[in-house]
Design a protein around this ligand. Structure first.
Ligand SMILES: [Zn+2]
Length: 113
């Protein structure tokens, strides 16, 4: 049986992890898609953070103790890093994260990079 990520179609077996969820029993997701699914369900501790892009800045999600950050497709583009960080701070406040809490999560994702 060919295994592939049910979200993006990734077929590299080293990147796939099994999932058992709803109708998707005996299915697989790649690590990236699985992380995003968990983020959306709120099962991971994460904080929003500003991320520079080729054209300016946007907001990504840093997961506690996971290196790097998750790109978020539904985030606006900003001209400056500071604007993106202000927006990230607003989103973190909605998650009831203080600036310090958010900073600790982002810092843990950088430490492991
Ligand atoms: Zn995938």
């Amino acid at each position: 049986m060919v295994q592939f990520c049910i979200k993006c179609g990734e077929k590299d077996p080293s990147k796939l992890i099994p999932i058992e969820e709803g109708v998707f029993t005996n299915s697989h997701m790649c690590r990236g898609c699985a992380d995003r699914a968990l983020l959306l369900r709120g099962e991971m501790e994460f904080a929003f953070t500003a991320v520079t892009t080729e054209t300016g800045a946007t907001v990504g999600a840093a997961v506690k103790d996971e290196p790097g950050y998750c790109k978020l497709s539904n985030m606006p583009e900003f001209e400056t890093y500071q604007e993106a960080q202000d927006y990230a701070d607003e989103l973190n406040a909605k998650l009831r994260l203080t600036t310090l809490d958010a900073w600790k999560i982002v810092a843990s994702s950088m430490r492991n990079q």
